[in-house]
Structures are given as structure tokens and as C-alpha cells.
Write a protein that binds this ligand. Structure first.
Ligand code: C2E
Ligand code: MG
Ligand code: MG
Ligand code: MG
Length: 279
């Protein structure tokens, strides 16, 4: 009987596992070719100052449109890129791409706003400092045009090493933000020691701000915490006027979300920068 059950379970699991394994393999081999095939590109999501309503930054978000698999979400392919080590090549490409874009906007006579790049835990090694320095030099950019976003869990994997690398990046003049704040497990003691400038409240909290008193309380607490540590606070995932009003009433500094602007193409961003320049 055990044998029969075992066999049934085995068949059940293999069917599911095959599907997942096949997808995994397709994604992995696809991702290896993605850069060479020009299947990766960046979109940019605007970030606004709450008080003035001004455009004050953008976040670069990676997109993969695979010839074979169609569009694949970064939620699916970034973890894979991390697992396989491809994130270093891909992350390097993102960095260069963003720097070239900033240089191009400047060359077009537009005044670019700082652009934030998402960094994986795997990229948080000493090599990144040289890579950033190199990219800035090549494109003749000031470091204040670049921001880096790291999740709590990325930084907390090796807190001491992370602090050392972040300090070197900060010394270059970059702005550093903790992304998805509130979902990880970083102790407040560490938060104080990180050379960071900004906390980004995770969109999970923002989503139910208007209906869930606990999410509203957590959001208010993060804003107060950030300010008491002299950090700026950004809310991500702002989709409604109610959410924006609440965040403004709590003193949130900056906002990002579909209400204000979706991740958009370079051409649309150029339009935003153009509009910003016109009084
Ligand atoms: P993230 O850095 O927290 O980015 C915010 C995510 O929320 C983005 O998803 C964005 O498109 C989405 N979003 C923005 N506004 C709204 C809104 O109002 N409502 C909702 N529901 N969502 C909103 P996306 O682009 O799918 O990226 C997912 C995650 O993938 C990012 O989360 C980031 O962790 C990672 N990622 C994206 N690009 C890169 C990259 O170049 N390098 C690395 N290492 N990770 C990246
Ligand atoms: Mg981010
Ligand atoms: Mg986030
Ligand atoms: Mg996120």
C-alpha cells in the first residue's frame, strides 16, 4: 500500500515539478541570451515631492520581453538571475544603461532628475563600487544623479560587509535607499548604522492605508521613525487620492505610484523632463 501511494504521490509531484522545472529551464536559457538578443530594456517610474508636487526623481525598472516566452516579470526573472549569478552581468548593464540615459538627456538640453537603480544582495560586493565609479566617469556624471535601492533583506544578509560597501558608495556621493521597508526584519539598531538617506515604505502597507487602521498605523510609524532618524521617506504604490491625502497628512516626503505615473518609456520620460523645464 505504501508503495502504491508513494507511486501516486510521485506521479503527482513530477507532473507539477516538471511544469515548474520546464519553465525554469526555459527562463534560464532565455535569460542567458536576453542581453545579446536585445530583449532587455528599462522603463522609468517618476517620483514626486509631496509638498511641491514636483518631479524629483525616477526609478529604473527592468523589463524583459523574450522572443520565445513573451513578457516576463522581474518578480520572476530577477530571482532567477540572482540564483544563476547572471544578475552581475545584467545589473552592470542596467547601471551603464541608466548612466548613458542620464548623459543623453543632458546632451539633449534637458535637466535630468536623479535616477534610482535597484540592486540585488548579490551585487553588494566591493566590485560594485568600482563599477559605479567607472560608469559615472565614462558618462561624465555627478554621483548625485544616481540613487541605489536595496531591500532590507539584501543588506541584512551580511550587515557588517554591507555597511562597509554602502559607506564607500555614499562617499562617492550616491544616495542610498532601503526598498520595501517594513517587510524585512532589519533591527532598528542596524538601521541607525546604515549610511542610508531614504526609506521606501512597501506598497503592501500603502495599498490598504485607507481601509486598514493597522496598515495606516504602520505607515505613520515608519514616517515618524524615518524623520526621527533624519531620513527621507517615500511611499511606493500610491494608487488613489485617499492614499495620497493620508500620506501627505502624515508628512510623507515623496510618493510614487500609478496615481502619479506608471513606469514609462524613455520617450515619455523625456516629455516629463521637458514639461518640468517649462515654467
Ligand atoms: P520595487 O523596486 O519595489 O519596485 C516597485 C514595483 O512596484 C515595480 O514593479 C513597479 O512597477 C510597481 N509599482 C509601481 N507603482 C505601483 C502602483 O501604484 N501599484 C502597484 N500595484 N504596483 C506599482 P516591477 O517593475 O514589476 O518590479 C518588481 C521588482 O523587481 C522591483 O520592486 C525590484 O525589486 C525588482 N527589479 C526591477 N528592476 C530591477 C533591476 O534592474 N535590478 C534588480 N536587482 N531588481 C529589479
Ligand atoms: Mg525599488
Ligand atoms: Mg519597493
Ligand atoms: Mg517590491
Amino acid at each position: 500500500h505504501a508503495k502504491a501511494m508513494g507511486r501516486n504521490n510521485f506521479q503527482f509531484y513530477t507532473a507539477c515539478m516538471n511544469q515548474a522545472a520546464v519553465r525554469h529551464m526555459q527562463l534560464e536559457s532565455g535569460l542567458k541570451q536576453a542581453l545579446a538578443n536585445n530583449e532587455l530594456y528599462l522603463v522609468y517610474q517618476p517620483k514626486y515631492e509631496v509638498k511641491s508636487g514636483k518631479l524629483i526623481g525616477m526609478e529604473a525598472l527592468l523589463r524583459w520581453h523574450s522572443d520565445k516566452l513573451g513578457p516576463v516579470s522581474p518578480v520572476e526573472f530577477i530571482p532567477l538571475a540572482e540564483e544563476t549569478g547572471m544578475i552581475n552581468t545584467i545589473g552592470g548593464w542596467v547601471l551603464q544603461q541608466v548612466c548613458q540615459q542620464l548623459a543623453q538627456w543632458r546632451q539633449q538640453g534637458l535637466q535630468p532628475v536623479p535616477v534610482a537603480i535597484n540592486l540585488s544582495a548579490k551585487q553588494l560586493n566591493n566590485h560594485i563600487v568600482d563599477e559605479v565609479q567607472q560608469a559615472l566617469t565614462t558618462c561624465e556624471l555627478t554621483a548625485s544623479l544616481l540613487e541605489l535601492e536595496l531591500t532590507e533583506s539584501a543588506v541584512m544578509q551580511h550587515p557588517a560587509e554591507s555597511i562597509a560597501i554602502l559607506a564607500r558608495l555614499e562617499a562617492l556621493g550616491l544616495t542610498l535607499a532601503v526598498d520595501d521597508f517594513g517587510t524585512g526584519y532589519s533591527s532598528l539598531a542596524y538601521l541607525k548604522r546604515f549610511p542610508i538617506h531614504t526609506l521606501k515604505i512597501d506598497k503592501e502597507f500603502v495599498r490598504d492605508i485607507s481601509d486598514d487602521p493597522e496598515d495606516a498605523a504602520i505607515t505613520s510609524a515608519i514616517i515618524a521613525l524615518a524623520h526621527s532618524l533624519d531620513l527621507l521617506v517615500v511611499a511606493e504604490g500610491v494608487e488613489t487620492q485617499e492614499q495620497l491625502h493620508f500620506l501627505a497628512s502624515q508628512g510623507c516626503d515623496q510618493v510614487q505610484g500609478y496615481l502619479l505615473g506608471k513606469p514609462m518609456s524613455v520617450a515619455d520620460c523625456s516629455g516629463l523632463l521637458q514639461a518640468k523645464a517649462e515654467p
